[in-house]
Design a protein around this ligand. Structure first.
Ligand code: MLT
Length: 268
């Protein structure tokens, strides 16, 4: 489905019990440089009990990919626009990695629209100077040499060594997501991520139920980042997924779904 939001076409899915938009709304925000299809195992596991919404952030999947300008605030405004379009007053928001960065921007602006948060394989702090330089270098390489450079750089960040070795179908699925992302979206994300504000001061102000999830082999946003968020967000809970890298929802979907499902059941 598509909706006109903030001057772009936003693609989304909206599925719930009995094939209709019913139940507690749960909105999933994808990682860089992927799209809403990364949530397929979660749709399969949860849409019989919850209203599961996935969306392509601008610059990704089937949403419009304007040349500029991408910011976490713009992404958050787009998510809020979709909630308005669907007449959803409050939702549980689940963001993985860059999706989590968007959630911090969303919470800053629209806390009253958040029923609960799931922060998966993400971090609250900003990039180091070296991290920013790395993003600019990746943007340049993508522009000059093509998206295969992004695929090469990102696959070892996104997947654990075991998955890279033993799960060729998953590796190809993730590589295909990367190859399908427009250059404007990739470069836009990299600039937006390097410019994002520090969310650490926001953490003690988060007042909704919060679950933090991390793969125990996540190298991009390692478990110590998850522990920091749990320490600072009042009442937050931590779930560490064994045998999972950064894309914990795809590497260990059963354990990920079990953690999310148990958390969602407490909110009904
Ligand atoms: C992501 O998975 O969204 C990215 O690895 C986030 C990042 O590069 O900081």
């Amino acid at each position: 489905m598509k909706a006109k939001i903030n001057g772009i076409e936003m693609a989304y899915t909206d599925q719930g019990p009995d094939m209709g938009p019913k139940g507690l709304p749960v909105v999933f925000l994808h990682a860089f440089p992927l799209n809403k299809s990364m949530w397929e195992p979660q749709i399969q596991a949860l849409a019989d009990r919850f209203r599961v919404i996935t969306l392509d952030l601008r610059g990704h999947g089937e949403s419009s990919a304007p040349l500029w300008r991408y910011t976490m605030k713009q992404f958050a405004d787009d998510v809020k626009g979709l909630l308005d379009h669907l007449a959803i007053r409050q939702a549980v928001l689940i963001g993985l990695s860059m999706g989590g960065y968007v959630l911090f921007a969303f919470y800053r602006q629209y806390a009253d629209r958040v029923k609960a948060l799931v922060l998966a394989d993400t971090r609250a702090g900003t990039d180091t100077p070296e991290g920013k330089a790395g993003r600019y270098a990746m943007a340049q390489a993508a522009y000059k040499e093509g998206l295969s450079t992004v695929e090469e750089a990102m696959l070892p960040r996104l997947l654990s060594p075991a998955a890279l070795q033993e799960k060729p179908a998953l590796v190809e699925e993730v590589a295909a997501f990367i190859r399908s992302t427009p250059l404007s979206g990739i470069v836009g994300d990299l600039m937006a991520m390097s410019d994002r504000s520090d969310a650490i001061p926001l953490l003690p102000q988060i007042r909704c139920p919060t679950l933090v999830i991390v793969g125990d082999q996540d190298q991009a946003t390692p478990p110590h980042e998850a522990k920091l968020m749990v320490e600072k967000i009042p009442g937050a809970r931590l779930e560490v997924i064994p045998g999972a890298g950064h894309l914990a929802n795809l590497e260990q979907p059963e354990a990920f779904n079990k953690a999310v499902s148990a958390f969602l059941e407490t909110l009904k």
